[in-house]
Design a protein around this ligand. Structure first.
Ligand code: AHR
Length: 333
């Protein structure tokens, strides 16, 4: 073979390799997209430690490597933004919509639109209250009424153990976002307890919006009116942090051995640390790690199975003596 011929062969060979590798490269680039499921996720906001952990759970579950494209929209506590996000997901022809609803009512119209477009909607965390139960495919979350009832059962026993069951009990109630399942359920529990005990009274009932800042602000106002309180019932950990700040500034002791019994919900890392340290007497668990639970529902639907319409997460309660630093660290949120 002369030199010219050798060069031609080499060029042909390189060209062939480049052509083949460009073809297979194209396939490689396209392959991961072939089975990608697009999930539109309307998150209600970013108000609390719980919510941050919940968003993180969704992000770490619905990854590109796992075969998903996650379209995440933060509605900043506004239902109209959630409705607009759902409409946008429908237009983009996503495979699934996941909705963490800010409040329970007002979803019928937009959910009917998703149903008409054949996009399954999975409700996560708080519930929706719709005329027609077929407007969504499945729901996964916590039993918020049961959470409230657990807190009240604990308070009854705690007062009994302290020999205070017959005494007058003055309760400050810091509520969460009005009309949300978390507020409705936890308020239901407390109000049931108030109805059952003639000696339990509400000293105040105000909205703390599930945030530390708002709870601090409203607790400061309450403390201007009265310092007579036996219990502060906060509907989440961030509200409890705001309340602690206001009580500290007023020089009022709380928690184990303190003047005020502090009850909280969520059991996030910071909430459990406060409980372990005795600054919160009771922390009722509300588990935010719904990403894998939602994925299980999607997998079932992909396999043609019918998922449970409603799945409640099992939860517990925590008192200071139940907790260690290792236990809290291992929970990961
Ligand atoms: O819906 C769950 C509740 O919402 C959590 O208790 C609270 O922290 C969050 O904001």
């Amino acid at each position: 073979m002369n030199d010219l011929c050798k060069k031609a062969c080499v060029l042909f060979g390189v060209g062939a390799v480049l052509f083949l590798s460009s073809c297979s490269g194209q396939q490689e680039a396209e392959e991961p997209h072939a089975d990608v499921l697009t999930v539109g996720f309307s998150q209600l906001g970013n108000e609390s430690d719980w919510r941050v952990a919940n968003t993180e759970s969704m992000k770490s579950t619905f990854t590109e490597e796992g075969g998903y494209e996650l379209l995440l929209e933060d509605a900043q506590q506004k239902q109209e933004k959630q409705i607009a996000a759902i409409r946008n997901f429908i237009l983009r022809e996503v495979d699934y919509i996941v909705l963490a609803p800010v409040v329970e009512t007002g979803w019928d119209e937009v959910l009917a639109e998703a149903k008409d477009a054949d996009v399954p909607v999975i409700i996560m965390d708080r519930m929706v209250d719709t005329e027609d139960g077929e407007l969504y495919t499945a729901w996964v979350g916590s039993d918020m009424r049961e959470e409230g009832e657990k807190a009240v059962r604990w308070l009854e026993e705690f007062l009994e153990e302290q020999g205070r069951a017959e005494e007058e009990v003055s309760i400050v109630h810091i509520q969460g976002t009005p009309g949300s399942s978390a507020q409705l359920g936890r308020t239901y529990g407390l109000e049931k307890g108030l109805a059952m005990h003639d000696n339990w009274h509400l000293a105040a009932q105000v909205c703390g919006e599930f945030t530390q800042a708002k709870a601090y602000e409203v607790m400061k106002e309450i403390l201007l009116e009265t310092k007579e309180m036996d219990v502060v019932y906060c509907e989440n950990d961030n509200e409890a942090f705001g309340v602690m700040q206001a009580l500290d500034e007023a020089g009022i002791s709380y928690g184990e051995g303190g003047d005020v019994i502090l009850i909280s919900f969520d059991a996030t890392e910071a909430g459990l640390i406060a409980c372990m340290e005795g600054r919160i007497n009771l922390n009722v668990e509300c588990n935010p790690l719904h990403g894998p639970r939602v994925e299980k529902i999607i997998r079932q639907l992909e396999e043609g199975q019918v998922p449970e319409k409603e799945s409640f997460v099992e939860e517990t309660i925590f008192e200071p003596e139940d907790l260690t630093a290792d236990f809290i660290a291992a929970r990961g949120y």
